[in-house]
Ligand binder design. Structure first.
Ligand code: SF4
Length: 198
């Protein structure tokens, strides 16, 4: 069960960017009341405003994006280009691995978990903090997304590692590949890259 502290962050983008705040309000006025409506609205607002790494349609295939919109915001038509799947080039294998990891840990509570697994894997291809590449409005939004949709995976992040680092570390641990240069995090010169504020 989610607690009050796990609610989404305040809609700061609404104050910062009136036109996008308007889009957020329009989306939420159509929200179906399903898990992830609010988080999806935030990502959509940022994507339309060019404030995330995600392509149009959040990286989903056109049919999947239409289905997602119809389910979460019935009757709403986004003033945005048609959705497009990103061209991942040589990073396709990495993307597949991330998607597989997330899919394995779905909570099994809502169909949107599948879409979010794909969206998160796609945002991992960006170079910034994961919550920013997703177009979320605060790191706490991403923590909520992970806890709600991939709780078993979230439970493994016991030291609050930065999310993108954490996901890649999981892949490395699985493959038995040792990528860290230090014997433990406590003595690692890269500690700040893996932990600390985002
Ligand atoms: S802090 Fe250093 S040892 Fe720990 S996960 Fe990051 S890179 Fe690896």
């Amino acid at each position: 069960m989610e607690t009050a502290s796990e609610t989404v962050s305040a809609p700061r983008a609404a104050a910062r960017q009136p036109e996008q705040g308007g889009l957020y309000s329009l989306l939420m006025a159509r929200a179906a009341g399903l898990p992830n409506d609010d988080l999806l609205a935030r990502m959509l607002v940022s994507q339309v405003g060019g404030q995330s790494v995600l392509p149009a349609g959040l990286g989903l295939e056109p049919g999947a994006f239409r289905e997602l919109m119809n389910r979460h915001f019935p009757g709403f038509v986004l003033p945005a280009p048609l959705s497009q799947a990103p061209d991942l080039g040589e990073r396709g294998i990495e993307w597949d691995d991330l998607l597989g990891l997330l899919m394995q840990y779905r909570a099994g509570n809502d169909a949107s978990e599948d879409s979010l697994a794909l969206i998160v894997a796609t945002a991992c291809m960006g170079g910034d903090h994961l919550w920013q590449d997703l177009g979320l409005w605060a790191r706490t939004d991403l923590t909520l997304l992970m806890r709600r949709n991939f709780p078993g995976l979230t439970a493994l992040n016991i030291h609050d590692m930065k999310w993108k680092k954490f996901l890649y570390k999981q892949l490395c641990d699985r493959a038995g590949v040792y990528v860290c240069r230090s014997p433990s995090c406590e003595v690692c010169v890269d500690y700040a890259k893996c932990f600390g504020p985002e």
